[in-house]
Design a protein around this ligand. Structure first.
Ligand code: PEP
Ligand code: MN
Length: 263
């Protein structure tokens, strides 16, 4: 179902009026995690001002250590909804289990499946039974073929509203958090009709590389970007080193739109 043989034309996924995979680039941005009302409202205003269409923010955080901040759960979802009402941005958030899907359903416009759950087939089947669009991230160690097969688990349950997201893979290189597999963009485009966006934040792990990787992603044909933005990155409860401050994100959006115009 994810393959070009099933559908030769590129799919355009409509998320409550915003089209992903069409002519216009889609930008999703916001903090790694929802931390407080002040934080998410400030982030949402910055994201809106820069011209993005989606606010991201984790309420269920799949952290490497069980002792790290795990997210505000439903309280975080309520804050995301408040941010939506304040700005009109669409909301995307990660869901990590069946219960999280049920709770998040009424608060958000799009679900995100994170890298760690790329082959959690039970969860993928669950999300496939929802009608809500889903951003489906590549795993740290999944081949493109494994990733597309995993997308098949979602689609075979009836949810065709899948957008893929390349977010870096694990390699021998340690200068960046992960290695952004820029090839994944044209390869996915040749194998699949599904839209693909790029997450330079989790790939780079460091703010200084986010602009060049974003430019590369757009030049390679990505349908959009998802970028971490925090009103005060130094104080972030997760992924502090990779979250852009509002001004840098604003400048990035300007630069990116220039590249998009040339293409
Ligand atoms: C995230 O987007 O906050 C996240 C945890 O990303 P990934 O699943 O790509 O690590
Ligand atoms: Mn993060």
């Amino acid at each position: 179902l994810a393959g070009r043989t099933f559908r030769p034309e590129p799919s355009v996924i409509d998320v409550n009026g915003v089209k992903i995979g069409g002519k216009e680039l889609v930008i999703m941005a916001g903090p790694c995690a929802v931390e407080s009302r002040d934080q998410i409202i400030a982030a949402a205003q910055a994201v809106k001002k820069a011209g993005a269409q989606f606010l991201r923010g984790g309420a269920f955080k799949p952290r490497t250590s069980p002792y790290s901040f795990q997210g505000l759960e439903e309280e975080g979802l309520k804050l995301l909804k408040e941010a939506k009402e304040a700005t009109g941005l669409l909301i995307i958030t990660e869901v990590t289990c069946e219960k999280a899907i049920e709770v998040a359903e009424s608060y958000v416009d799009m679900f995100q499946i994170g890298a760690r759950n790329v082959q959690n087939f039970q969860l993928l089947r669950e999300i496939g039974r929802s009608k809500k669009p889903v951003l489906f991230k590549r795993g740290h160690s999944t081949t493109i073929d494994e990733w597309l097969n995993a997308a098949e688990y979602i689609m075979s349950e009836g949810n065709y509203n899948v957008v893929l997201c390349e977010r870096g893979i694990r390699t021998f290189e340690t200068a960046t958090r992960n290695t952004l597999d820029i090839s994944a963009v044209p390869v996915v485009k040749s194998l699949s009709h599904l839209p693909i966006i790029v997450d330079p934040s989790h790939a780079a792990g460091k703010t200084q590389y986010i602009l060049p990787l974003s430019k590369a992603a757009i030049a390679a044909g990505a349908d959009g970007l998802i970028i971490e933005v925090h009103p005060n990155p130094k104080c972030a409860l997760s992924d502090a080193a990779q979250q852009l401050p509002p001004d840098d994100f604003y400048d990035l959006c300007k630069d990116i739109s220039k590249i998009a115009e040339i293409l």
